[in-house]
Ligand binder design. Structure first.
Ligand SMILES: [Zn+2]
Ligand SMILES: [Zn+2]
Length: 369
């Protein structure tokens, strides 16, 4: 067993505090990684507060992990000790179902679905049809910690052109937006709308611009319109009814990144005939969709969930090759509770990334006590 120090919440109402846990030593096909940076995703906040009703405590979040390989199991072939690597939202999947054999592990249809980097299988033991848990554990602990141990197939290579801290948000925010942009065929010259301008929206806009699209960002924060223009996109305030009327039936694709229930009907009206709006930010029931608008112009309302391991590597390489980097603010782990409050208020431009070197003070404390 390896002794690991991290930050975790013990209940839905508690703050994140230092916690010592144990991880298994790296098996033959696993690597041990010293965590250097970990992004703070809005879903970390949802999960810690049990807002999806499935949180297993203690909850140690973190699925935008960048670190260095410190040990490699005897059968590992893809990564060497010293490599700069990343770990995103998943650390395992059943490996045998249709989606898994088609390299779409994020849609794993195995009995427990995929194994999340923290909070255990997406379908935990109690809910699996035959009562078994193929991963043998009900909880997993994420990257708000000094060490993670992960199966090599779920470990990504960080291109040398990306700074380690910049790469972190690409592992969730990046792939979550890149996957639907690619799946729904966004190409150069397309008119693409991005709804919501937080961590996901920032990456969605930059990636769509990188693909050659003409991008418009819709935001509820008037002050962010200038940020949109700074990226090379158009910025529209969501309360600007005239602007909406002028954009009717003009978009080839719209991606909604708003991290909670919201009304997508005003955006459906902006789609061209046969075009799609995909929702990636919210996972709860949404406001009813006006099917008159959808049916009369054969529009589609779709969803999309993170991305596969292959797509995660692809988006890392795409960002590395095209100089696409998220806007980040690096913080010490001691500021994580304060950062959560800012994320909840939407008061962050645009992604917090924890510098895990700051955890050293806590580890020294643990060793002294
Ligand atoms: Zn995330
Ligand atoms: Zn599967």
């Amino acid at each position: 067993m390896i002794k690991v120090t991290g930050y975790a919440a013990k209940h839905s109402f508690s703050r994140l505090k230092p916690l010592e846990i144990e991880r298994d030593e790296a098996g033959p096909q696993e690597v041990e990684i010293e965590v250097l940076f970990c992004g703070i995703c809005h879903s970390d906040v949802h999960q810690v507060k049990n807002e999806w009703g499935n949180t297993v405590y203690p909850s140690m979040p973190g699925h935008e992990i960048v670190g260095r390989v410190t040990k490699a199991g005897s059968a590992v072939t893809r990564h060497l000790v010293g490599d700069l690597v990343g770990v995103g939202c998943m650390i395992d999947s059943c490996g045998t179902c249709g989606p898994c054999t088609n390299h779409e592990e994020n849609y794993c249809e195995g009995p427990n679905s995929w194994l999340a980097t923290y909070n255990g299988p997406m379908v935990p033991k109690a809910k699996a049809p035959d009562g078994t848990n193929i991963y043998g554990r009900d909880n997993t602990f994420g990257g708000y910690s000094n060490i993670v141990v992960v199966k090599e197939d779920f470990v990504l290579k960080i291109p040398p052109s990306l700074k380690p801290a910049d790469a972190a948000p690409i592992l969730c925010a990046g792939v979550t937006t890149y996957s639907p942009l690619k799946h729904f065929g966004v190409k150069a010259g397309d008119k693409v709308g991005v709804v919501g301008f937080g961590g996901l929206g920032d990456m969605a806009a930059k990636l769509a611009i990188g693909l050659g699209a003409d991008v418009t960002i819709f935001t509820t924060t008037k002050e962010k319109i200038a940020d949109a223009e700074h990226l090379g996109a158009k910025g529209i305030w969501e309360k600007d009814k005239e602007a909406f009327a002028a954009l009717k039936a003009s978009f080839d694709f719209i991606l909604s990144t708003v991290p909670e229930k919201h009304d997508i009907n005003p955006f459906i009206e902006l789609l061209k005939r046969d075009s799609t709006i995909a929702v990636v930010g919210a996972l709860e029931p949404m406001a009813p969709v006006n099917n008159m608008e959808v049916a009369f112009h054969r529009k589609s309302v779709a969803g999309s969930l993170i991305g596969s391991i292959a797509e995660t590597q692809e988006v890392l390489d795409f960002c590395g090759a095209n100089g696409i980097v998220p806007d980040i603010e690096i913080i010490p782990i001691q500021d994580v509770n304060h950062a959560y409050r800012k994320v909840e208020k939407g008061d962050v431009r645009f992604r917090y990334v924890i510098d895990m070197a700051s955890l050293k003070a806590e580890i020294d404390d643990q060793q002294e006590s």
